[in-house]
Design a binder for this molecule. Structure first.
Ligand SMILES: [Zn+2]
Length: 613
């Protein structure tokens, strides 16, 4: 809450300012005279956090009593330390009208501290497993608790282990604290499948013995009846590690063998030695006795229309599929888990210019690979879906591009997505600019310029409306877009120095989007923006494979100098021009006839063929 200050002395003797008797007479609301945009009253468990806000240009600002630089825009940024517990961060602004203060309350939860070695105690909230785990024979179980250092601990699980010794981890392994005890056991085959807790016995340095058990119970899968589940979400993400990156996205209605569960993830076996992790919400368990999927691969045929070539793979049932994309040489590879080719019969399309050749192989009895070599130097997208037990793999054909320099983008459908909107405001700059509004202005300019260059343009929003990421992608897919451009401005995390991250970045995830990420990035950096980076990142919008998809973070609006650019006349238009030039740079070599091959002398690079530009 903003308060007016009438006292003449703000910081005892350190700072004495005289406050004129006028307060809000100038008609300027207090919220413009002192506006703290970050932090707000919140819990932030960091030692040091950033702050950002604005005052009227020319005013003075103190944060925690420290004189803080005010940019010509009125912005001020910096960092403050947080002590454990409640912190009151006091902002004081002084302008020609008077002085104002605002106090933000930020809680930093007290950190975990080590117990003394006596008396013997255990933190019962830090006993693992805290939740039920599901395991099979041969799996490794790790158990853990936090207690007074220097003790001796063992754990027992009925039928599985008896008085297994635990070790106290070296201080640096866990949060720099003594007192973490850890044990491991490999699950043996057992006869009793009842859920079992872990019993701990802990003798402290004072000789006192504590017996306690875990909240989470150990559940075991029978080695005789495999557990099988079926994917039930629209997209079902499989990771190779529990906290790992996305490895495959599976369509719904794919059966998978489930061999374990931990931390809200089912462990699934895709092939003999290939396991993955999938959210428990994405899997519906099927009755015991449901067979593990195992498919025979039959005919592979192709059909095509003007836009797509479709490879149809007949399977006796649906199995998990992974797609790998290669750029040089250009190709796509489908890996079918638990599938076996029974009768090779592959039919090429009649006069397709997209597919060069198809090959298949069976690296083990457990998975089948279909490799499709392409004639395309630039790939335009692919889609995977099941229709019954037939897998339809669609490959986007090359668009027919114009050769007219002023109409370079003719033949392309481009979706321009203004990031955020409505309830999603995105980032806030120090002076309070909202990302959603900047994005919309920027996107509208980009869309107009793309249209002027001949593209058919689709806009995900033209107003301040709320859209999900799924809505945005669907709009683009329904329009048959070749390119999806999601336009944003970046900001920093609470612990980043606001004066460091600055400038432009482009994000992509699918290899076929990399070339556009590069041409766009080069153009943004070309107008003088700091080169923050061309970045591979699995955002929802960038990991769509059916089109070329890029996310642009044009500037860091958290940086006062980038913000100054955003506030300056004509900057957003220059940004839009650079963005569209980046798209043209990507399209130009694809649209033009092949440039003549230049002879190169060894050690000398070929000269660029300027006639093509
Ligand atoms: Zn954003």
């Amino acid at each position: 809450m903003i308060k007016h200050i009438f006292k003449t002395s703000l910081f005892a003797s350190a700072l004495v300012i005289s406050v004129p008797p006028v307060t809000a007479q100038a008609g300027i609301p207090d919220s413009l005279r002192l506006n703290v945009v970050f932090p707000s009253d919140d819990t932030l468990n960091f030692e040091r956090i950033r702050f950002a806000g604005s005052v009227l240009p020319g005013s003075k600002v103190w944060v925690q009593g420290q004189d803080t630089f005010v940019y010509p825009t009125g912005a001020f940024v910096g960092m403050v330390d947080l002590a454990p517990g409640m912190n009151e961060i006091v902002f004081i602004g002084l302008d020609s009208i008077g002085a104002l203060s605002d106090t933000i309350r930020v809680l930093r939860e007290p950190p975990l501290v080590a117990f003394p070695s006596v008396p013997t105690v255990v933190n019962h909230r830090l006993v693992s497993p805290a939740d039920d785990v599901y395991l099979s024979a041969g799996d490794v179980l790790e158990v853990e608790f936090f207690g007074s250092p220097g003790g001796v601990a063992t754990f027992s699980i009925d039928d599985i282990s008896k008085n297994m010794r635990m070790v106290e981890l070296p201080k640096r392994v866990r949060n720099g604290l003594n007192g973490w005890y850890k044990g491991t056991v490999m699950i043996p085959p057992v006869e009793d499948y009842k859920p079992k807790p872990v019993h701990f016995r802990f003798r402290g340095k004072d000789g006192q013995v504590l017996n306690f058990e875990s909240n989470g119970k150990i559940n075991l899968f029978s080695p005789f009846i495999p557990a099988v589940g079926v994917t039930c979400d629209t997209t079902n993400i499989v990771q190779l590690k529990p906290e790992g990156e996305i490895w495959i996205e599976l369509p719904p209605d794919i059966r998978l063998q489930v061999i374990g569960e931990r931390k809200g993830l089912k462990i699934v076996r895709l092939a003999e030695n290939i396991t993955g992790y999938i959210s428990v919400k994405s899997i519906l368990m099927l009755p015991p006795g449901t067979p593990i999927p195992q498919a025979a691969v039959g005919n592979i045929s192709t059909i095509e229309d003007d836009e797509w070539v479709q490879v149809c793979v007949n399977l006796s049932e649906r199995v998990p599929v992974k797609v790998n994309q290669f750029l040089a040489p250009s190709g796509l590879e489908l890996v079918f888990f638990r599938a076996q080719m029974v009768r090779p019969w592959i039919v090429y399309p009649a006069n397709d210019k997209t597919i060069r050749s198809m090959q298949w192989w069976q690296p083990s009895s457990d998975f089948f690979v279909l490799r499709i070599d392409l004639n395309q130097t630039q790939q335009w997208g692919y889609k995977v879906r099941y229709v019954g037990n037939q897998l339809w793999f669609s490959i986007r054909k090359n668009p027919v591009l114009s050769n007219i320099p002023n109409f370079l983008l003719y033949g392309l459908t481009i979706t321009v997505d203004a990031g955020h909107g409505g309830e999603s405001e995105g980032a806030t700059s120090p002076t309070g600019l909202l990302e959603k509004n900047l994005n919309l202005t920027y996107a509208n300019m980009v869309a107009d310029l793309l249209e002027r260059a001949g593209a058919h343009v689709v806009r995900t929003r033209t107003q301040d409306t709320t859209l999900t990421l799924q809505d945005r992608v669907k709009i683009s897919e329904d329009a048959g877009s070749h390119i999806f451009l999601s336009l944003h401005h970046n900001s920093i995390v609470p612990t980043s120095d606001p004066l460091r991250p600055r400038g432009s970045s482009t994000f992509f995830a699918v290899p076929h989007s990399e070339a556009l990420a590069k041409t766009l990035y080069d153009r943004l950096v070309g107008i003088g923006l700091n080169p923050f980076g061309r970045i591979i990142s699995n955002y929802y919008v960038t990991r769509q494979t059916s089109m070329i998809s890029i996310l642009v973070e044009a500037t860091f609006m958290s940086h006062p100098e980038d913000e100054r650019l955003l506030l300056s006349e004509g900057f957003l238009f220059d940004l839009a021009l650079a963005t569209v030039e980046g798209v043209k740079d990507f399209v130009r070599p694809l649209a033009s006839p092949a440039p003549p091959i230049l002879e190169t002398k060894i050690g000398l690079p070929a000269e660029p063929d300027t006639t093509q530009n």
